[in-house]
Structures are given as structure tokens and as C-alpha cells.
Design a binder for this molecule. Sequence first.
Ligand code: ADP
Length: 335
Amino acid sequence: MIEFRNVSKTFARKGNAILALDNINLKIEQGDIFGIIGYSGAGKSTLLRLINRLETPGTGEVMLNGESLQDVSAKRLQAIKKDIGMIFQNFNLLNAKTVFHNVAIPLILQGKDHAFIQARVAELLDFVNLGDKAHSFPDELSGGQKQRVGIARALATNPSVLLCDEATSALDPHTTVQILLLLKEINLRYGITIVLITHEMSVVQKICNKVAVMEKGRVVEHGDVYALFAEPRHAVTASFVQSVIHDRLPAKAEALLQGSGRGLRLEFVGGTAQQPIINRVIKEYAIEINILFASMSEVQNRILGFMIVQIQGEDTQVNGAIDYLRLAGVKISDV
Ligand code: ADP
């Protein structure tokens, strides 16, 4: 488990103090795929880099499996760092070295023997589907292939934590999905805890089970990804969620709401998204429902659905229908 306890960090720049992290308290459990999302300058990189001591906290503590990274000896810190792999947005490969050599570097630094390195690198390259590229150079590879080399290198020492610094930001959408699927497979197959920073909510939606939202050096909201998508509490979270989940009437369609009838926003979470609830309510009550907008999204293998509807009928029937929908688990608000 990774734990940040009251962590703050200030940088000095041109005589000014910049509070990059402001009293962070956060726990990342073993086996999580934990996303840290925020706009540029929110403090994501600084937070990530504290985990492998590329940065040190100004105040507070970073704990790894109950051990404070601030209290350990230099020797112990070296051992801990071997347990943490990292991949980068710009891949950080050595262009003058072959793919094989790039992946072998951490093992060479560990003093492993030739036969071990040969076998381990071959195994890693097979795992990331680059078995035929061992003798290529990074410049001969696509962005996705370069990131696969980065991933193989990060896994070389069998780490239990993998840090991903905007690992898919330089990739096209198709390649991004492939790399995210590979990260998910690494998490499932080896139980490796993944901490990733990103400014794209689609990345969080695709693979994370937990997420922390950062703004101005603070964690403004964190928790289970589905719950946070279904009910964002902070404005920054809501704006990130709206970048991938469409839950508002498109501006051009707003005129549709002007007619008679009551405009409602329905939110279908969990099991309610899979039931024919609208059909049932129309049968039960003397009402008409005009669906103006609907969207369905998949988050953490569950469905999240939104509808904007206009409901018409006698007040008693409309109110009865609304109660029925609420009882069925649909969240309702007026629009
Ligand atoms: P993010 O990863 O969310 O873009 P960062 O952690 O990189 O945010 O930066 C948070 C704040 O700290 C920013 O204002 C940034 O300019 C500042 N900062 C980060 N690293 C340094 C540094 N080494 N020296 C001075 N300021 C820094």
C-alpha cells in the first residue's frame, strides 16, 4: 500500500514559493489501478514522483507498505526503488541502443548474468508483443511500440508498483486503447499496483478502479471510479466527467424543452440501466414521455445512463410516475 500523510511540497522559482502539493492525504491499495487526474500544473507529476523518491516531500510522509520513504537508509531506498517501475509520456528510451539493450538496462545495472538477461528480456519482449523487434532501434518503431519497450523495461525487475506518467498522451486513440489494455493485463496477471497520472478522463474510465482529482496542489475528490462518474461532487470532477459522459441536452436541442410538459433529467445507475423502466412507467400511468436525449456509457464494466425527457399528463399521474421511477432507483432532477 502507498500512503501520503499530510504531504506538502513547495518549489522556489524566481524568488517565489510555489505550493505544488497542499496537505495531501491519500491511500493507494495493493492491486489498484489508481488514476490521478487534473489540469496542467495541478501537482500530479510531483505527487507521482514522490512515490519513487524522484521528489521528496517538504512536510509529511510517503509510506510504502508501512515503511516511511523518508526514514530509510540509502541502501534500503535502492532496494525499494527496484520494486517500482516507471513509464513516461516521451518513452525515455536510449536511441543509440537496440530494443533488447533498452529493456536489459535495469538488469545490467543489477549485475544479472548474461544468460539470465537473455532469457528475461526475450520473455518480456514476447509479453509486450515485440519478440521480433529485439534488434531494432527505437527510431524504427511506432509510438505504441516505443511505449511497449518502455513497459518491458519497467517490468524487467519484477516491480510490484508501476508508475505511469501521462503514458498515453503522445499516442493516437487506437494505440492508446492498446496500451491501456496492456496495462490492465499487467495489473490482472501480475497483481501489480498501477498509479497513473493523466489529464484525460477517458483513460480513467477505461482502466482505473480508483481515482483522485487534483486542483491547485490539492486532492479535491477521490474514490471509486464508478461512484465518482455517477455523482461528481466537485466542479473540477464534474467538468472531467462531462468530457467523456454526455449527460446534458445539446445546446441545439434545448428549444425542444420549451413546449408543454415537465422536463426531467433521469440518471440510471447500477442495475436500473438494464431494466425496461420507462416502458413500465408508461404502462402504469396515464402519461406521455418524450425522450429528448439519451446516452449510455460503460464505466468499470457497469452501465451509466442519462436521459432528458419531457413528461406530460395530469399532475397526479406525472407525480405518481416520478415516484415510481425514484422507487425503481432512477435519480431524477428537473431541467
Ligand atoms: P502537473 O503534473 O499536474 O502538471 P506538476 O506537479 O508538474 O503539475 O507541477 C505543480 C506545480 O509545481 C506547477 O506550478 C509547476 O510549475 C510547479 N513545479 C513542478 N516542478 C517544479 C520544479 N522542479 N521547480 C519549480 N516549480 C515546479
